[in-house]
Design a binder for this molecule. Structure first.
Ligand code: C5P
Length: 220
């Protein structure tokens, strides 16, 4: 089989992770969660109490960091940061709200993008993030832009956090999500962009299965 690269870009809460995981499973190819990499690096920088405004300091942390995806043996993936399993820690509110610092740093993006390209050189994959179809894999076989109504994206995130038993302020969460969208769309390097070569899928009102099916229709 020829190597195939499928990219899924889109805003937070559009359902990229669940859909990408399902697609990767169905097609029996790898899954690449690039947001998890920016999150892991952010977690490390926060723990080291690095000045998050200092791009060179963030770059030097990135150069000394090893981020890996490890098969959990049950069809899932865990993410490790210098050998430590941080799959849960990278989902904290603190990490979520500080990831824009690493995401906007061009010198950090260069390093992470290079890792992501290297991951894709050796295998077929479904990758998800913000700049996968534009910067990381511009030559991808299929490029999708997954969108959903902002209110629905907020509600999905609320349901997800409730299911995890987390306590949070709904209004603050909605505000954070909107702000994150704005930052992802407006940063100078690797912004979230919908380009004419992307197939736009609106998942508003659709289940994960229905969304994955819509994508598969294009792939078939
Ligand atoms: O996808 P997820 O919400 O986990 O991503 C966390 C953050 O990482 C995003 O808000 C975005 O700022 C950043 N990110 C990025 N480029 C990617 C993936 C994620 O800048 N390819």
């Amino acid at each position: 089989m020829n190597r195939i690269i499928i990219t899924l870009d889109g805003p937070a809460g559009a359902g990229k992770s669940t859909v990408a995981k399902q697609l990767a499973k169905l097609l029996n190819i790898s899954y690449l969660d690039t947001g998890a990499m920016y999150r892991a690096l952010t977690l490390k920088a926060l723990r080291l109490e690095i000045n998050m405004e200092d791009e060179d300091a963030l770059k030097s942390v990135a150069l000394k960091t090893k981020i890996e995806f490890v098969d959990d043996g049950q069809g899932g993936l865990r993410i490790t940061l210098d050998g430590e399993d941080v799959s849960e820690a990278i989902r904290s509110l603190d990490v979520t709200n500080n990831t824009f610092y690493t995401a906007r740093a061009g010198k950090v993006r260069e390093i992470l993008v290079e890792w992501q390209k290297a991951f894709g050189r050796a295998r077929s994959l479904v990758g998800e993030g913000r700049d996968l179809g534009t910067v990381v894999f511009p030559e991808a076989t299929y490029k999708f832009y997954l969108d959903a109504d902002v209110e629905e994206r907020c509600q999905r995130r609320i349901r997800e956090l409730r299911a995890q038993g987390k306590v949070f302020d709904e209004e603050a969460l909605k505000k954070d999500l909107r702000e994150r969208d704005q930052k992802d769309l407006s940063r100078a390097v690797g912004p979230l962009k919908k380009t004419t070569d992307m197939i736009v899928i609106d998942s508003t009102g659709l289940s994960v299965e229905q969304t994955a099916y819509k994508i598969l229709e294009h792939i078939n």
